[in-house]
Write a protein that binds this ligand. Structure first.
Ligand SMILES: Cc1cc2nc3c(=O)[nH]c(=O)nc-3n(C[C@H](O)[C@H](O)[C@H](O)COP(=O)(O)OP(=O)(O)OC[C@H]3O[C@@H](n4cnc5c(N)ncnc54)[C@H](O)[C@@H]3O)c2cc1C
Length: 303
């Protein structure tokens, strides 16, 4: 049997460690039970040291950024959450148009910092509430722009290969994903930005943020879009046309503002959200013969 207290003690040399942390507090959905351990590594070297212990002991672990695309079960996660956050959040100008962004930085702060120096071109993405690492793994996109439109290479830590740099092409970015082995950790990206006027770029950000405020329930707990858009279709439109706008199970509700968002009205459980997901899938399939695929990542469920 795993001695979690002992593991927590050993990991504490490499980051801020908490035992039995409620994952509802680390996800934008505000649901999810406890993880045995949450560690937020101090820096890139500490991350390598702590993950080495986890690998050597063959312990279950899951990497998270800001937890804005994640649905964690009410039973939580019987393992270690490695949270990539402050400490691994440097934003540096390399040369020419090239910048180095560490994965724990928030996407918004990275974009804003580069704009201060007159570099930009992905203002459309500034309203995405996740981390650089999350944007990389998800190939986050908004308003016709994808993160990998600008990312040139990605530094990844894996058990098999240690730290390796991959060109964007090698990672085969697609709609909401890249080719990355399970358990790998994105450490940083090198990203080529355009020369922009800081003033105009800030105006662009403000424009896209106000569009979001109009069209998304940003004042509610959610994980963004629940389903991927099927080829040539919009998941939100299918859900609305299936008559599910505003439909709820306890405090989990199909948002009346954007039908591809499920919002937690306060006391929803992960089970409520999962039941709602199943109903949406069933109704949309019955009506349109379309199978909706989850965009949000799930953790701790038996699927
Ligand atoms: C209100 C709202 C609006 C949103 N709008 C958009 C939008 O317009 N476009 C869009 O694409 N998304 C959107 N999202 C979803 C979400 O913000 C993005 O997918 C974001 O990129 C996730 O980043 P994160 O740090 O929160 O990742 P997390 O939720 O923490 O993790 C998501 C996945 O990435 C993995 N991961 C995270 N960091 C790392 C790392 N360093 N190394 C390896 N794996 C990692 C996790 O294991 C998990 O599988 C929205 C979400 C909300 C709540």
């Amino acid at each position: 049997m795993t001695d979690w207290d002992d593991i927590a003690k050993r990991l504490a040399d490499f980051g801020v460690v908490e035992r039995d942390r409620k994952l509802a507090t680390l996800t934008s959905f505000g649901v999810g039970g406890d993880a045995r351990i949450v560690i937020e590594p101090f820096d890139k070297n500490s991350l390598a040291d702590c993950i080495r212990i986890i690998w050597d002991e063959n312990l279950p672990y899951y990497v998270i950024g800001k937890g804005t695309n994640l649905l964690v079960s009410d039973n939580g996660f019987d393992g270690i959450i490695v949270k990539i956050d402050g400490g691994i959040d440097k934003i540096e100008h390399l040369d020419g148009s090239l910048w180095h962004w560490e994965s724990g930085a928030s996407l918004k702060s990275a974009i804003e910092k580069c704009i201060e120096s007159g570099f930009g071109g992905i203002e459309q993405l500034a309203g995405i509430p996740g981390s650089v690492g999350g944007a990389t793994v998800m190939n986050a996109s908004a308003y016709g722009v994808s993160f990998f439109d600008k990312v040139k290479s990605v530094e990844i830590l894996s058990r098999e290969n240690g730290i390796q740099k991959f060109s964007s092409n090698e990672l085969e970015p697609t709609y909401r994903g890249i080719e990355i082995a399970d358990g790998s950790i994105v450490i940083s990206v090198d990203i080529a930005l355009d020369r922009v006027s800081p003033e105009l770029a800030r105006e662009e950000i403000a424009k896209y943020l106000s569009l979001r405020a109009e069209n998304q329930p940003i004042d509610k707990k959610s994980a963004g879009c629940i389903f991927k858009n099927p080829e040539g279709l919009y998941a939100g439109k299918l859900i609305e046309d299936a008559g599910l706008k505003g439909f709820k199970i306890n405090d989990a509700m199909v948002s009346p503002v954007h039908s591809n968002f499920i919002v937690n009205n306060g006391k929803a459980s992960a089970t409520d959200i999962m039941k709602l997901i199943e109903i949406i899938r069933k109704k949309v399939f019955e009506k349109f013969s379309v199978e909706l695929e989850l965009e949000v990542k799930t953790l701790g469920f038996e699927l």
